[in-house]
Design a protein around this ligand. Sequence first.
Ligand SMILES: [Zn+2]
Ligand SMILES: [Zn+2]
Length: 155
Amino acid sequence: MSSDKIESERKYECHKCWVEMKKEEIKTFGPNIIIDVCPKCKGIWLDKGELDKLLKDRKLTNYLTKHIGTKSRSPMICPRCGNTMDIEKAEDIEVDVCLTCNGVWLDEGELEKLKETSEEGFEPDELAKFEEKEEEKLYKKRNSSLNKFFRKFTK
Ligand SMILES: [Zn+2]
Ligand SMILES: [Zn+2]
């Protein structure tokens, strides 16, 4: 046990089973990463960037964690930051992604399915992403005009 393990000592509960998640070390080509696994339902929590390290597939990871829009379609609350999450789909796999911290929740078996999808050569479905990209653009636009609006009054 070395002292640089402190970061990985944080404990989280599974949002489904309310049991403490267990740390599991996964070997990758780079430094090993430590993920949280629920001992009951075998769900996995991945922090931002960890999915990419596991899959080694930038295209697939970006598809799942970038341009996720602003609407929450998931009933799940992020176990890390407590914000709302959205459901993202790659082929027939549905994962929950946090709109704020970009962490990813995978149910049992979904990581394997994602790996298979990646090995078969994943091609992003741009059409399916279109709506979320538009949503994001609109949201940014609305925010910047709101800011202008408020600036007028705070002078
Ligand atoms: Zn669980
Ligand atoms: Zn979060």
